[in-house]
Every structure is written in structure tokens, then in C-alpha cells.
Design a protein around this ligand. Structure first.
Ligand code: GLA
Length: 729
């Protein structure tokens, strides 16, 4: 390719091509593969620490065994039906019905920068940030082309992969499986780390040994879901938070997905991430292309913490499009846990006023404000009818919002901002919308339309539904001074007209997200799906923050937030201080502990009714709000070090260090009482060993001392917490 800026034998270049050998390089990693001369297949050579020059290869005598040659090689993009008995990265049902493929190398292209991915969220970067290698494969028998894309972000030790499959033949084919990424490691001893959960207990870290055979997880719910997150880490069995090799894989996708890890008879480990084959069966007519979502792969040689920090930085700088991605977030009060559905014009105004009196900057009106003929006063009616409830807002939203935004917030001269909750992908059968357009709800012919939370899912694959949502949300935003939207989604997808509807829905949803966020760039958008049911990189492209969980219990939240941080930046987490006893767990913990946990997320807020908050707690709120505002810039842009995990210790601790290293903030907790046991030291990480740091404006210690000895804090009861500031001298 004449345009390609390819320099041979210079390993520091992001992409180096030598004949038919390909080398991708970052600051601390190399990724190598080559074309097999006999078969035309792409074979993997390396994904790990940086290497240069030739690779030693010992030719092993062929054995005429059951798995044969195909099972003894490491493949870049394993197709189906030619003797590789491991799980394939793609399966195509040809027009004639068979599912054999033979993808052979044709050519390559190198692009400085990164081409967009049609219709899908994707990482972005300039020519100096990223270089893209596209390898063109072709199956001569079926006339199917596969373009494998590898975008290298050298400073993040990241390579971002996707695949375009094109039907260049004349018949109709069906794509039954398509992974975004497939890697074959030459190791047989790896651990896999993933995030599992359910509603109100998302993102629980699961670490297990990769065993022989296929193991995996995914989502068939139509969304990324609370059940398993579209993220996988493969780690050395001895890897810890701060040491050892870790490979992180994160799918930029919000729909049903699949992660499979297979340890095979020859001692290799294959990992695949991509669309869920059980919900694909994508028809591909002549000339049509199916693009896989992107999958990010990062390599870390400083443990699982290093892996997370690479993903956090990449996502903050090269995925999140919002202008608020790294901008200070207003402290908000959300009406949901305080008032639920139970409010009127007066009580909701009072809530806004009391929020402002505490120093809150943004008032968020959650569920319950809309529906005329079918008012949304409970979860049984109204979804789909996006007009203000005339009982609650007799003159519409505009005058009410004018009243709220006339309120001046405590200790400032600025006015309260206003935000609103919507759930536009859904419809209650009790709604005007459903009566008008029953066919817009997802359904499978005559099968009953099963309801969850009394609602059905709109078929967002339909252009008319996309237009309806775009118009409805635009009308709301144009009707009043609204600067924040919480976009909710509270059920999974059940009956669909065809398996491919799932992915078609996602393409429709991304079109809607893209249109609205482009049209309203000054709105701060927050994603939500019954809490963290869609906490994924696909949503983060459009919405810079996501409500992390409906469980606001501060002790549980340490696990959920640190789990979520395995893949996603803390800046993206919505986390609120709520009332006690906690609505989900019944637990009572001190207000400072609740506040300190919540301010580890980028979007700090309150989720309570100040009118019923005990005076003592209420008195603490302005101070906690001020503290949250002080730490917020470091949380939004800094590096996170999970010093001690809540699963391992009674003293979980997290350190955030600002981008320039000049400031740091330590969060230190004690969850259970500490009876007759010394207060442990917490050793810091990531500081400059030579530099001096003042601790809370008092004593000054060297970075080396803070990292090798640490700090010690004592609490005389359970639920103790400290927030400690460090300043580089
Ligand atoms: C979901 C959200 C909550 C709240 C309710 C409103 O459960 O996760 O935060 O908005 O819906 O119905």
C-alpha cells in the first residue's frame, strides 16, 4: 500500500510490516502474527511484553493425530470446518447450507489514525494517537471477504480490533457467529477474571482458573446486563493488583454478547469476545457487510491495576465523546429514593429547594412526571406518553423548571440546574402510545408478549420507532431549561421476530443516542438500566456517566464500584449518598462513610429527602458536598490504585493520583469492628519515590516512605472512613 507509513525493522513504530509478518507495538507491548505460506491462514505469534527482531521457532514434527495441524497452531481469526476443533471466531451458513469457510490472506492496508466503524460506537484518535492495520482475507469458494482491523494506541498498550464481513457473492448467506476478537495464547495456566451479578448486586469480581474445555459467559437479555459484563481479563495465576501480566478485553457493545475461553488439548488458551451467536443469524445479501463491534485489548505488565488504568485512560481520552467526560460534575439530588412516585407540585418544589439549601447544584426529577390519560403515578402506566402529567404540572414543564432554576444554591450565586428522567425504549400497555401502535412493541407473531415491571420493549430496530424516540426526547429538552437527562431501561428483551432483531435494535439505539447527543451536546447524559444493567463501553461513547447500581448501601457499593472499575473509569460512575436504613439492605452506616464511598464516583449526588433526614446527618451534608467537589477533579482525570480490595480485607483502600502527579487522595475504610487488633498500615502506590508529599497539610513524607511503609489509621467502631489529601511539595 503506497500510502502506508511503514518502516521495517523499527520496532518502536506502531505498525511494522515485513513481507507477510505483522508487528504491532506499544510502549510496553508487542502483538505479532504472520501468514502461513502453505495455507494462507493468519497465525498468531505473540501478544505480550515488547519484543524486537526474529522470533525463535522450533519446528515440531507433524503428528498424524486427531487434531492435526490446524489444532496445533495459534490462529488470528479461526474460521470453521477445516480441522480446528476449537471454538471458531465466525460461522457462516452459505447459500447452499454448508458452514465451511476458508479465509486466506490477500493484502493489507495501513491507515494513520482510525477510520470510524459504521453505525457502531468506537474508539477515536488522531494520526498521532493511533495507527490502524487492516488485513484483508478472502474465501475463494464462497466469495466472502473478512477485513480484520487492528488499531494500535501505543501510549495505552492497547490494540482495538473489529471485523467487517462482506458478501461478495451472488447468493444470500447467514452469519451465525462473529467474534470481534479472537486470541490464541501459548499458555495453559491462566486465570480468568470477570464481573458477574444481578439487579442491585452488579460487578462482583470473579477469578477462576481456566480449565480444559470451553468456559464462558455472556448475555442473552438483549442488553449487556447485570448478569455478566462484556469484559474479560486473562491473567497470570500469580498476578496481583500491582504485579504480573494481565490482558484486559473490553467489548464496546451494549447488546447480547458472548465471551468464550477455551483451553485446548495442545495447551493453548483461546479467548473470543463478540456478538452472541444465539441471537445473531444475520442475513447478508450480495454486497452487504456486517461489522462486528469493537473489542479493546490492553496488555499490562504491572498487574490487574495496571490493566484497569490503561482502560480508564483510553476510555476517558479516546472513547467518551461528551464534553463532560473529564469536566467537573455538578453535585445532584435525585428524587427517586426520597419521594419515589409519591409527589405533587408542592412537595417536589420543596425537595428542590431543600436540595439547593444543602449546596446541591442540580435537581433531578426522576420517574413519575409524565402521562396524561395514563398518568405515571406507579409503574403500571404511562411509559411511552412523554407529556407532563397535568395533575402534577398543570402549566407544563417550562414554568415548573423556571421555578426550580430560579432557586439560588447555598453559598453560591449560581442557580439550581434541572435534570429529568426518561425511559424512552419502553412502553406500558396502559398508554396512548401502545393503543396507537401496538405493533411497535417487540413481539414474535402470535406468542404472548410477556411483561416485566408491567412494560414492553419498543422495537428500536424500526426507523419509525427511532424517529418517535428522537422526537419525544427532543421535545422534552426543547420545552424547558433541562441540562441533564437520566436515560433508563428497566427490563430485558424477550420475544423478538427474529434472532437478528437483537443486533438490529442496538444499531437503531446507537443511531438514536448519536442523534440526540449530537443535537444536545450541552446536556449531561447519564445512562441507567435498573442500576448498572448497561454499564458498558458502548453506552460510554455517548453518555459520560452511568448509574452504577440501584443498591446504594455504602458497604455493598465499595464492592460494586471497585468491581466496575476493573474495566471502566471511576469518572463514569454515578454514586449517591442515600438515607438510612438503606432501602435495599436495611443497613445503617454513618453519613460520612456513605458520603466517602459515594464521592469515589465521578458523579456524586444525594438520593434522599432532606425533610425526613435526621438533623445530625443533615448538618453533615454541606461539608460532604464540599469535600466531594474538592476531590471530583482528581476522580475524573486521575489514576486509580485499588490498594486493598473489600473481598480481601476489612480495610479496603483506594488511591487516586491526579494526572500531573501533584495531588492525590486516599480513601480508607474499615467495614467491621476492629477488636483487639492493631490498625494496619496501608501502603500507597504510584507516587514518585523521590518526591515529598504533605499528608492532609500536616506531616511531610517521601513517596518512598508512603509506598514502602504507608499510613496508619485507627477507628474505634465499624464503618470507619477517612479521606486523606496528599500534595506533592
Ligand atoms: C430504575 C432506576 C432507578 C429509578 C427507577 C424509576 O429502577 O434504576 O434509579 O430511576 O427506575 O422507576
Amino acid at each position: 500500500t503506497p500510502n502506508a507509513r511503514v518502516k521495517r525493522d523499527q520496532q518502536q513504530e506502531a505498525v511494522v510490516v515485513d513481507g507477510t509478518s505483522f508487528s504491532l507495538n506499544g510502549d510496553n507491548f508487542s502483538y505479532r502474527f504472520h501468514v502461513d505460506n502453505d495455507t494462507g491462514d493468519l497465525l498468531s505469534d505473540h501478544f505480550g511484553g515488547s519484543i524486537t527482531g526474529d522470533i525463535p521457532i522450533e519446528t515440531v514434527a507433524a503428528v498424524n493425530g486427531w487434531v492435526g495441524e490446524q489444532g496445533r497452531v495459534r490462529r488470528e481469526f479461526p474460521d470453521q470446518g477445516r480441522g480446528d476443533f476449537r471454538v471458531p471466531a465466525m460461522r457462516i451458513r452459505q447459500a447452499e447450507g454448508y458452514t465451511v469457510s476458508d479465509l486466506q490472506y490477500q493484502s493489507y492496508t495501513v491507515v494513520q489514525g482510525k477510520p470510524p466503524l459504521a453505525g457502531l460506537p468506537a474508539t477515536m484518535g488522531s494520526e498521532s494517537d493511533v495507527t490502524t492495520l487492516i488485513v484483508h482475507l478472502y474465501d475463494n469458494y464462497s466469495a466472502v471477504a473478512a477485513d480484520l482491523s487492528y488499531s494500535v494506541f501505543p501510549r495505552y498498550d492497547a490494540v482495538v480490533r473489529s471485523v467487517n464481513l462482506t458478501n461478495k457473492g451472488t447468493g444470500n448467506i447467514t452469519v451465525e457467529a462473529l467474534a470481534s476478537l479472537s486470541v490464541d495464547f501459548p499458555y495453559e495456566n491462566l486465570d480468568m477474571v470477570s464481573l458477574r451479578g444481578d439487579w442491585a448486586r452488579e460487578a462482583h469480581r470473579e477469578r477462576r482458573k481456566v480449565e480444559y474445555g470451553i468456559q464462558g459467559f455472556g448475555s442473552s437479555t438483549g442488553y449487556s446486563s447485570h448478569l455478566h459484563n462484556p469484559f474479560l481479563a486473562l491473567v497470570d495465576p500469580f498476578a496481583t493488583e500491582s504485579d504480573g501480566e494481565a490482558w484486559g478485553f473490553s467489548l464496546i457493545y451494549t447488546g447480547s454478547f458472548s465471551v468464550q475461553v477455551e483451553k485446548s488439548s495442545q495447551g493453548f488458551t483461546r479467548a473470543l469476545l463478540g456478538l452472541n451467536p444465539s441471537q445473531l443469524s444475520w442475513p447478508l445479501g450480495p454486497g452487504e457487510t456486517l461489522s462486528s463491534p469493537e473489542c479493546v485489548a490492553v496488555y499490562s505488565n504491572n498487574g490487574i491495576g495496571g490493566m484497569s488504568r490503561r482502560l480508564h485512560r483510553l476510555y476517558r481520552n479516546h472513547l467518551m465523546k461528551s464534553r463532560f467526560a473529564t469536566a467537573d460534575r455538578p453535585v445532584l439530588l435525585n428524587s427517586w429514593e426520597g419521594l419515589g412516585f409519591d409527589y405533587n407540585q408542592t412537595s417536589i418544589y420543596q425537595l428542590a429547594q431543600e436540595a439547593a439549601d444543602l449546596g446541591v447544584k442540580l435537581f433531578v426529577l426522576d420517574d413519575g412526571w409524565f402521562g396524561d390519560k395514563y398518568p405515571r403515578t406507579s409503574d403500571t402506566a404511562g411509559l411511552g406518553d412523554w407529556v407532563p402529567n397535568p395533575q402534577r404540572f398543570p402549566n407544563g414543564l417550562a414554568p415548573a423548571v423556571r421555578n426550580y432554576t430560579a432557586i439560588v444554591t447555598a453559598n453560591t450565586s449560581s442557580h439550581l440546574r434541572f435534570g429529568i428522567w426518561v425511559e424512552p425504549e419502553m412502553v406500558n400497555p396502559n398508554s396512548d402510545l401502545y393503543h396507537e401502535h401496538p405493533d411497535w412493541a417487540l413481539h414474535a407473531g402470535p406468542y404472548p408478549r410477556t411483561e416485566r415491571r408491567n412494560q414492553l420493549v419498543l422495537n428500536v430496530a424500526l426507523p419509525e420507532v427511532q424517529e418517535f424516540i428522537i422526537d419525544a426526547v427532543s421535545n422534552i429538552l426543547n420545552s424547558a431549561d433541562i441540562t441533564y437527562v437520566k436515560w433508563d431501561n428497566n427490563r430485558g428483551i424477550h420475544e423478538t421476530p427474529s434472532p437478528s432483531t437483537d443486533h438490529a435494535y442496538m444499531l437503531g439505539l446507537y443511531h438514536v443516542f448519536d442523534t440526540l447527543t449530537t443535537r444536545f451536546p450541552n446536556v449531561l447524559w447519564e445512562g441507567c438500566a435498573s442500576g448498572g444493567g448497561r454499564f458498558d463501553a458502548g453506552v460510554l461513547q455517548f453518555f459520560p456517566q452511568i448509574w452504577t447500581s440501584d443498591d446504594t448501601d455504602a458497604v455493598n457499593r465499595i464492592n460494586i464500584q471497585l468491581g466496575t472499575s476493573l474495566a471502566y473509569p471511576p469518572s463514569a460512575m454515578g454514586s449517591h449518598l442515600s438515607a438510612v436504613p438503606n432501602q435495599q439492605t436495611g443497613r445503617t452506616v454513618p453519613v460520612s462513610f456513605r458520603g466517602h464511598v459515594a464521592m469515589m464516583g465521578g458523579s456524586f449526588g444525594l438520593e434522599l429527602d432532606p425533610a425526613t433526614t435526621p438533623e445530625e446527618d443533615k448538618a453533615a451534608l454541606p461539608g460532604l458536598i464540599a469535600l466531594a467537589e474538592k476531590v471530583n477533579p482528581i476522580i475524573l482525570t486521575g489514576d486509580m490504585y485499588r490498594l486493598r480490595l473489600p473481598e480481601d480485607s476489612n480495610w479496603p483502600a483506594v488511591l487516586f493520583i491526579s494526572e500531573d502527579g501533584s495531588e492525590a487522595v486516599l480513601f480508607y475504610f474499615q467495614t467491621n469492628p476492629n477488636v483487639n487488633h492493631a490498625a494496619p498500615w496501608v501502603r500507597l502506590q504510584g507516587l514518585d519515590p523521590q518526591a515529598m508529599y504533605s499528608v492532609d497539610g500536616n506531616a511531610t513524607y517521601s513517596g518512598a516512605t508512603l509506598m514502602n511503609i504507608g499510613l496508619q489509621y485507627y477507628f474505634d467502631s465499624d464503618y470507619g472512613s477517612r479521606v486523606v489529601f496528599l500534595e506533592r511539595q
